[in-house]
Write a protein that binds this ligand. Structure first.
Ligand code: HEC
Length: 289
């Protein structure tokens, strides 16, 4: 195989490997950035929901409790969780794709029932009481999400008015939610987790597109570079060497000894040409003798 082809193949393989490494690195950086971005969104949504529940508990609930008769229960007026859930439904109408869930293993509201992954998250919080939150990526019905989860503990005995014995709960609440589920919680137990889901499929697809674009541009540049190098090698090295080779053969056969060997360049090939020319002169002189 000629010098040119060997050089081009080696360069092609090495550049291709470098390109693939670049594409993979770009994908991994963009993906990490997408997850970081989802993490920020998750923290903002979580904190907004927490603030809303705090406003409910600190500022709204005491007044409502004074105004509403005993045993009457209006979920959106009297449960911070119901108010938060409903607010998020409106949020979803403006910004679809995000999800939240007040997931509990034994919830009052059936749709709050933890699925198998959420149950794992809650068990994890139970096993590690000092853990304040957990997060990661997760697939829900085939769609990729980043999740941010925070535990709920029965941290005051007041919770048990509604989540303890159903006989103690407001009659209306039992009427709405039944008396089967969401009761007999114990003080100190981790019973639930707020899980905020941030969609990341689009961002990950973007990361892939960017990586492929980079690969495409790089491959285009590589082909152009190899073409230019190939032309340079052909004109600057292969053609002059072949010409010198033809002249050397002639000289070895004693042909055209009067014609000087010269080449139109100033590099190592020209040095070689001068050497061959000296050889021509010597051969001519020897033959004359
Ligand atoms: C006045 C009654 C009442 C009190 C007091 C109360 N809750 Fe609830 N809680 C409810 C109702 C009703 C729901 C269902 C909300 C909905 O419809 O989304 C609920 C829902 C929840 C949920 C979501 C899971 C589920 O059961 O559907 C969690 C978690 C929760 N409560 C935790 C607590 C904690 C912790 C406390 C104490 C700090 C507490 N609750 C105090 C009535 C109450």
């Amino acid at each position: 195989m000629g010098i040119r082809n060997r050089f081009l193949i080696m360069m092609g393989i090495l550049s291709l490997l470098a390109l693939i490494a670049m594409g993979l690195t770009s994908y991994s950086f963009s993906k990490r950035a997408a997850i970081k971005e989802a993490e920020n969104k998750g923290t903002i949504i979580y904190n907004y929901l927490a603030s809303q529940r705090e406003f409910f508990n600190e500022d709204q609930n005491p007044i409502i409790n004074e105004l509403v008769e005993q045993d009457r229960f209006y979920p959106y007026l009297m449960s911070g969780f119901a108010a938060s859930r409903k607010t998020f439904e409106y949020f979803n109408e403006r910004m679809p794709g995000f999800m939240i869930k007040y997931a509990a293993t034994n919830p009052l509201l059936a749709s709050n029932k933890a699925d198998s992954e959420e149950t794992k998250i809650i068990s994890n919080f139970k096993a590690n009481p000092s853990q304040k939150s957990s997060s990661g990526t997760i697939n829900k019905n085939g769609i990729a999400f980043y999740y941010h989860a925070v535990p709920f503990k029965v941290d005051n005995i007041g919770c048990l008015t509604c989540h303890g014995d159903p006989a103690d709960a407001p009659k209306d609440q039992v009427g709405i939610y039944g008396s089967e589920n969401g009761y007999h919680w114990q003080e100190g137990d981790v019973v639930a987790s707020l899980v905020v889901y941030i969609p990341i499929a689009a961002a990950i697809a973007d990361a892939k597109t960017t990586a492929f674009k980079l690969l495409g541009i790089g491959a285009g540049g590589l082909i152009l570079t190899m073409l230019i190098i190939s032309i340079f090698l052909e004109k600057g090295i292969v053609t002059p060497i072949m010409a010198l080779n033809a002249r050397t053969e002639e000289i070895s056969l004693g042909k055209n000894l009067d014609e000087p060997v010269s080449i139109d360049s100033k590099d190592e090939i020209a040095t070689l040409a001068r050497g061959i020319d000296r050889l021509r002169i010597s051969v001519a002189r020897m033959l004359k003798r």
